[in-house]
Ligand binder design. Structure first.
Ligand SMILES: N[C@@H](CC(=O)c1ccccc1NC=O)C(=O)O
Length: 293
């Protein structure tokens, strides 16, 4: 807790906000410029569901693959046309503030990636109120270990998450892989519009179903734990792309920006090799055009 107290107030502008302003900052749909919030959320769901149906109708796939014993431990895996186990794997973790969304509306990246020779796994996890944050983090960890064990000859595992899913993916920097049965061949992170410090969310309506305490938020905020994260194998070259939408709220921009600062990101994969940093961090500002699906 000391580290959190040591954060200068200037770096935590949300602490000065009214409850109403904080609510707005953490309501992404209210920042969409092309449509009203309700229409934006509906469009997001409809496009995702349509793209998932299309992917399942057109791609070689295995659906509802169990990655554990829990009822919610399921993923859909989509394959390129080429039959091979030596494929790169792209794992996607959906958003929805840890309380909505599912794999069934999240396979929108499948066709562009599988046509380029990448296998895609769209992972389900138990959203609140069934699942707690700790349980979801555990599920995500196990889903990655499952892919590594099923496809030991993979050409890299790339994690991508959106919003709450980007948070879950970023928690993997803190994972104790040896405890989970082996180090996955992680080769890249794509973190889209993520949340890395959960404390501001505790007092918003997004916490009504999740019921996270300040303690839960602290434990599950990668922003505050990267300096003590377990060591990574030095040979894992692992670029991390942190992305945030151009029109998203100042708080969403701040979360991504602060997570990108060298003092926040895991020091170990940064170890220099051949005089070059292992880890390339960059903040990409997505334009509205590139967000179109
Ligand atoms: N109630 C939220 C919904 C939301 O944040 C959201 C919706 C779909 C996918 C991701 C989302 N945000 C973070 O996980 C909003 O008003 O935007």
């Amino acid at each position: 807790m000391d580290a959190r107290r040591a954060v200068p107030r200037a770096q935590a502008p949300w602490k000065e906000m009214s409850a109403e302003e904080l609510e707005k900052q953490y309501s992404p749909s209210r920042w969409v410029v092309r449509m009203e919030p309700e229409e934006a959320l509906r469009t997001f769901r409809e496009k995702g569901t349509e793209a998932t149906k299309n992917a399942q109708a057109t791609r070689r796939c295995q659906l509802y693959v169990p990655y554990g014993d829990g009822k919610g431990d399921r993923m859909d895996i989509y394959f390129p046309d080429t039959e091979s186990e030596a494929l790169p794997f792209f794992l996607f973790f959906h958003g929805g503030y840890w309380q909505s969304g599912s794999k069934d509306q999240s396979a929108f990246m499948v066709n562009p990636l599988t046509t380029r020779g990448v296998a895609v796994a769209v992972v389900d996890y138990d959203v609140a109120p069934k699942g707690t944050l700790d349980h979801m983090v555990d599920q995500v960890t196990r889903s990655i270990v499952f892919i590594q064990q099923q496809y030991p000859r993979n050409e890299g595992i790339y994690l991508c998450g959106h919003s709450a899913g980007a948070h879950l993916a970023s928690m993997m920097f803190l994972a104790n892989w040896t405890k989970h049965g082996g180090v996955p061949n992680l080769r890249g992170f794509f973190l889209v519009s993520g949340l890395y410090d959960l404390e501001p969310i505790v007092s918003t309506s997004n916490n009504a179903l999740l019921l996270m305490t300040l303690e839960d938020a602290w434990r599950n905020s990668p922003q505050w734990h990267l300096d003590t994260a377990p060591a990574w194998p030095a040979d894992l070259a692992c670029p991390i792309l942190v992305m945030v939408g151009e029109h998203e709220s100042p708080e969403f921009h701040r979360q991504s920006w602060e997570f990108c600062q060298p003092s926040s990101l895991p020091p170990r994969p940064c170890a220099e090799q051949d005089g070059k940093p292992h880890l390339k961090n960059c903040l990409i500002w997505i334009t509205l055009v590139s967000l179109r699906i």
